[in-house]
Design a protein around this ligand. Structure first.
Ligand code: UDX
Ligand code: UDX
Length: 469
């Protein structure tokens, strides 16, 4: 194809989620000459993006959205129109792990991506650049290209892969100053068009261009490596507890080796989030598909170690609390998968609460940003069986054993134990003398984030247990 590509002036992004929303807000903020439309099939979500209370909590995001909304940033459900007008279309829809059929539990469900590609093919005219933003299995671009090649209107397309590396809670900073932006593609002209968009604020030497497949695989590999570091330090945390070593001291000691580096070595109750587990399982599926079972097993172990870490946390709680938590109130501090987000996808808290409920504990949950509705949804989902049903016994556990509090102190009032599951900063500022007064004795704290470790809670009368010491 020899089409020359004019500079991008209209962008459409399909998917107004945790990735599409902030990324497009940043492009609109930094590129006032580009008209950005974010579309979604979910009308409620679009209404929230157009309201004063955005659908996602992300430090610094409100200012950026309010600065551009109504000027060059629009949130709308007019999907076809926005696609039709745009010269560049981002696909940023969710790609959950398949729950049925071939590859269930491992492969990515590409239904939404495929539907987007078909929609783009149907309504486009002229030439468009289609950008994969969703994390996808390697060679998905090939499928997208084939779908796009069957168009009735003679439209032509270039497909690029532009994986997102932002982390929730720090999305705005990550977008402002990315370590790198990765753009995979085939034609230099189309790669150049997207490079020029980012070059409005990202230094050129941070704009890396690769072929399509390298770009797709780099995203999965980056997340697999990051998750592997967490599982590695979590594995060592179990050994620290058995031997009397302190995992934070070990992490600090190894982190000074410049080859290892200090980041992503925080032992925890387990990693969560929409990406790590999903992307590793995706990688595992790819390896199996391409006949590489040893490679698949190697990476799968990272997820197994994470499951073990969550189970180990509950087992330790039960053992320490005289082998039973039945009918005991446990204050749950934090439900989000990390601080500074209202996202609970794959949060360790879901699994810890599930296992505590199965032990018949009464959990009283407080999170500063996550809604009760979301928490109940997550607990119902985790108790749902293969037929999408929830048994009466499990329903009763949720109805009778789950309550909510509007502060950390309230969640721990009259409780036998506190479980810290998200590292929210406000937990360190709680009045622990008051908390201790209202708790049953011994007053146990199980800190899944080592967030309260420096507060000398033992001196305040608590029976304090962290991770890895
Ligand atoms: C998603 C993917 O999960 C991730 O792998 C990828 O890297 C980026 O996109 P996220 O933005 O966090 O991440 O997902 P989510 O918050 O669920 O947003 C996806 C949005 O797409 C939802 O608002 C959903 O309504 C919308 N959607 C989904 C469409 O507009 N059309 C569809 O066909 C399917
Ligand atoms: C991750 C990647 O960092 C990002 O580049 C990619 O685009 C999406 O996936 P995210 O899931 O938003 O981002 O958050 P991240 O900061 O990576 O944390 C993931 C999980 O690991 C959280 O549950 C966090 O608490 C946990 N974690 C992280 C640890 O337990 N210890 C650490 O040292 C770091």
């Amino acid at each position: 194809m020899t089409t020359t590509i004019p500079p991008v002036s209209k962008i459409c992004c399909i998917g107004a989620g945790y990735v599409g929303g902030p990324t497009m807000a940043m492009i609109a903020h930094k590129c006032p000459h580009i008209d950005v439309k974010v579309v979604d099939i979910n009308a409620d979500r679009i209404a929230q993006w157009n309201s004063d209370r955005l659908p996602i909590y992300e430090p610094g995001l409100d200012e950026i959205v309010h600065g551009s909304r109504g000027k060059n940033l629009t949130f709308t459900t007019e999907i076809d129109q926005a696609i039709g007008e745009a010269d560049m279309v981002f696909i940023s829809v969710n790609t959950p792990t398949k729950t049925f059929g071939v590859g269930a539990g491992r492969a990515a469900n590409l239904e939404f991506v495929e539907k987007c590609a078909r929609r783009i093919a149907e309504v486009s005219k002229g030439h468009k650049i289609v950008v994969e933003k969703s994390t996808l299995p390697v060679r998905t671009a090939e499928a997208v290209k084939r779908i796009l090649s069957n168009t009735a209107n003679g439209a032509t397309f270039d497909v690029l892969s532009n994986p997102e590396f932002l982390a929730e809670g720090t999305a705005v900073d990550d977008l402002l100053q990315p370590d790198r932006v990765l753009i995979g593609g085939e034609r230099p002209e189309s790669i150049g068009a997207l490079v020029d968009v980012y070059a409005n604020w990202v230094p050129r030497d941070r704009l890396l261009t690769t072929n399509l497949w390298s770009s797709e695989l780099s995203k999965l590999t980056a997340n697999a490596f990051l998750a592997q570091r967490v599982s590695s330090i979590n594995a060592i945390s179990a050994l620290c507890e058995a031997t009397g070593a302190d995992v934070d001291e070990v992490a600090a000691a190894i982190g000074t080796d410049s080859r290892i580096g200090p980041k992503f070595l925080k032992a925890s109750v387990g990693f969560g989030g929409s990406c790590f587990q999903k992307d590793i399982l995706n990688l595992v599926y790819l390896c199996q598909y391409f006949g590489l079972p040893e490679v698949a097993d190697y990476w799968e172990q990272v997820v197994r170690m994470n499951d073990y870490q969550k189970e180990r946390f509950v087992t330790r709680m039960v053992r320490t609390m005289f082998n039973t938590v039945s009918d005991k109130k446990i204050g749950i501090w934090g439900f989000a998968f990390k601080k500074d987000t209202n996202d609970t996808r794959e949060s360790a808290a879901i699994y810890v609460c599930r296992d505590l409920l199965l032990e018949k504990a009464r959990v009283c949950i407080y999170d500063p940003q996550v809604s009760e509705h979301q928490i109940l949804n997550d607990l119902e989902y985790v108790f749902t069986d293969g037929d999408n049903k929830i048994s009466e016994a499990k329903r009763e556990l949720i109805d009778k054993h789950v309550t909510f509090a509007s502060s950390a102190q309230e969640a721990s009032s009259d409780a036998h134990a506190i479980a810290v599951l998200t590292e929210w900063d406000e937990f360190a500022d709680v009045d622990f003398t008051a908390v201790h007064d209202t708790m049953k004795k011994p007053a146990f704290i199980f800190d899944g984030r080592n967030r309260l470790k420096d507060l000398d809670l033992k001196a305040k009368g608590f029976d304090y247990h962290g991770i890895g010491f």
